[in-house]
Write a protein that binds this ligand. Structure first.
Ligand code: ADP
Length: 618
């Protein structure tokens, strides 16, 4: 074998499988293959530019940065050439012989699910380089790396099990991809068709794309974020968002900023409509794209916004970043905290104004991303004050709509000094909680905190304005919440009540810390409260969610001394079996509504006994 003889390699099994799907796919929007190749070309130029920030020791340092497409109708070929970073022999084998860690891999995972039509998903996944085999009889990639001493290399494949790699003649830096189009893909050798595809999918590629002999690039090529706001149409923002994220839905909001002080920056940020990145998304990670003077420095920068705003997508570009930056020096440059501050303030400001201007939209934002902000309250105490006005809650009085703390405060009763909240599993069961008995009776309002993140949030959110936040499960709700005006006549006389308390203590024994009368209950017969006024039920929940071993501390059982059930209980003989069962069940029901019953189904036999007794008319 001579040096120049091409060498054969076999594709990995996974790649073969992918090629098989692509070659046989009946996918109707095959045009996306061009989007993928242009995107690779643009990445390659970006990477070259990045290298050139620190070294001029590259092949053709003065070469124009551009993408060129030639369509040859006669021969049914399409050629895409870029002046990017290029590939060495090792790199071409590495990168084009195996499926890159990219959406192609996700596609393969989804394609394994036989119930879905894989070919229907190609466009959504962006399967990368290999998508060319939807339209190609064969593909030849010729490349010359930017490294001055590298040799040109060629890669050839027809989409079957193997590919060839050999030496090539190529004097300029970059990559050329020649495609021999399948007969049924001849349309892609038409210049007008190619132009259409570029405009549709690749308008915002930052480098000029030339077609054929045209002297003007076909793509807009503008950095939309550097375009004056009054020149950008709503539709442009949406297009940009779609082309750069492949999200199906329009963004909820875009933020286009240009500032000169305290830092120079251009930013174009988006709030997605949905919190879950769809599986097809081009964005593989959180973070913003960071450019320095229009050069991409970092694809996923996480230092430009606080963690609790990590759902924000988009681009940040600054003239103030030093030109010879590397990703590492960006991190340590003093500029980053400044950028972060400006961006964070702006996002918060826009959210506040959205909340004022378009309540419905804001609520839809809140439903998707509220949990991030709650996490922010828990994790960044310094930001609590900033985030608090953005928080929204359901309450016992307004269980269907979202209220801000400001709105809650405006509805507070005269003399009310604290903000009440109740914590529980879901809003239905908390609305039924005995802790809210007197709230319902008096029209008092409590926040319903039913998400796991709420318990974490409470660790950071103890006050709003001058109002402390207070859990209604505490023994007393002081101040405004006076005990209801009960007529003494309704109450069980003290002596009787004390003997009742003794009976409860006897039956429940060690399981309760105490049994006593409640001043808060109206319709419920009993409730559980914490024995220690200083114990923190919210923290107990946090432990529970963190999966920490912990024992629920024993609680105090409070009884409603006016309740019919207790009056009737008094009529039973002390120590009667039915009386004991009733006491057990009252306790179990209280555990249940508290969401801390260790074994709810254990109640079934007892409930049956109670039904039998009821039916027997006892
Ligand atoms: P992805 O772009 O998602 O990584 P692809 O299958 O499209 O996956 O490409 C695989 C790899 O091949 C790229 O990551 C890149 O390293 C290399 N590559 C593809 N096209 C080019 C190109 N035009 N110039 C340089 N390298 C390229």
């Amino acid at each position: 074998m001579t040096d120049t003889a091409p060498q054969q390699f076999n594709f990995k099994a996974e790649t073969r499988q992918l090629l098989h799907i692509l070659i046989h796919s009946l996918y109707k929007d095959r045009e996306v293959f061009l989007r993928e190749l242009i995107s690779n070309a643009s990445d390659a130029i970006n990477r070259l530019r990045f290298e050139m920030l620190t070294t001029q020791d590259v092949l053709d340092p003065k070469a124009d940065l551009k993408i060129h497409i030639t369509a040859d109708k006669e021969n049914g070929t399409l050629t895409i050439t870029d002046t990017g970073i290029g590939m060495t022999r090792e790199e071409i084998i590495d990168h084009l012989g195996t499926i890159a860690q990219s959406s192609a891999r996700k596609f393969m995972e989804a394609a394994k699910d036989k119930s879905v039509d894989a070919s229907g998903m190609i466009g959504q996944f962006g399967v990368g380089f290999y998508s060319v085999f939807m339209v190609a009889d064969w593909v030849r990639v010729t490349s010359r790396s930017f490294r001055p001493d590298a040799q040109a290399v060629t890669w050839y494949a027809t989409g079957d099990d193997s590919y060839e790699v050999g030496a090539a003649e190529m004097t300029e830096r970059g990559t050329r991809i020649e495609i021999k189009l399948k007969e049924d893909a001849a349309e892609f050798a038409e210049e007008y068709r190619v132009k259409n595809i570029v405009n549709k999918h690749s308008d915002y590629i930052g480098f000029p794309i030339y077609i054929g002999a045209e002297e003007k690039p076909v793509n807009k090529q503008t950095s939309l974020w550097r375009t004056a706001r009054n020149e950008v149409k709503e539709e442009d923002y949406k297009d940009f968002y779609r082309q750069t994220t492949l999200d199906f839905e329009d963004p909820l909001l875009h933020i286009h900023m240009v500032t000169d002080a305290p830092v120079q920056l251009y930013a174009l940020l988006f709030l997605p409509a949905k919190s879950e990145r769809n599986m097809f998304s081009l964005r593989k990670d959180d973070g913003l794209k960071l450019y320095s003077r229009n050069i991409l420095i970092d694809e996923y920068n996480k230092d430009l916004l606080p963690e609790y705003l990590r759902f924000v997508q988009g681009v940040v570009d600054s003239e103030d970043l030093p030109l010879n930056v590397s990703r590492e020096t960006v991190q340590s440059s003093g500029l980053m905290p400044k950028l972060k501050k400006v961006l964070t303030n702006q996002v918060i400001k826009e959210l506040e104004s959205l909340a004022k201007k378009d309540v419905e939209k804001y609520n839809s934002f809140w439903s998707e991303f509220g949990v991030y902000l709650k996490q922010g309250v828990a994790a960044s105490p310094a930001d609590t004050e900033t985030i608090t006005p953005l928080l929204r809650f359901k309450t016992n009085l307004q269980p269907e709509t979202w209220s801000s703390l400001e709105e809650y405060a405006s509805r507070m009763k005269d003399g009310q000094k604290v903000i009440h909240y109740i914590v529980g599993e879901d809003s239905k069961s908390v609305l039924r909680s005995p802790h809210l008995d007197s709230f319902h009776a008096k029209g008092l309002e409590a926040l319903l905190l039913t998400e796991p993140m709420d318990s974490f949030m409470l660790m950071g959110l103890r006050k709003f304005k001058d109002y402390e936040l207070k859990n209604v499960a505490g023994a007393e709700v002081d101040g405004e919440d006076q005990p209801r005006a009960e007529s003494e006549a309704e109450k069980i006389p003290e002596g009787d009540f004390n003997s009742l308390v003794e009976r409860f203590k006897q039956v429940l024994g060690e399981r309760v810390a105490d049994v006593r009368a409640s001043r808060r209950l109206v319709t419920s017969v009993a409730r559980l409260v914490d024995a220690d006024a200083n114990s923190n039920p919210d923290l107990q929940r946090v432990y529970k969610y963190l999966g920490r071993e912990y024992e629920i501390p024993k609680k105090v059982l409070e009884l409603n001394s006016s309740h019919e059930i207790l009056k009737n209980l008094l009529k039973l003989d002390a120590g009667s079996e039915l009386g004991n069962i009733v006491i057990e069940q009252i306790f179990d029901s209280a555990l249940l509504v508290e969401g801390i019953h260790p074994d709810p189904s254990s109640m079934a036999p007892r409930v049956q006994q109670l039904i039998e007794a009821a039916l027997a008319g006892k």
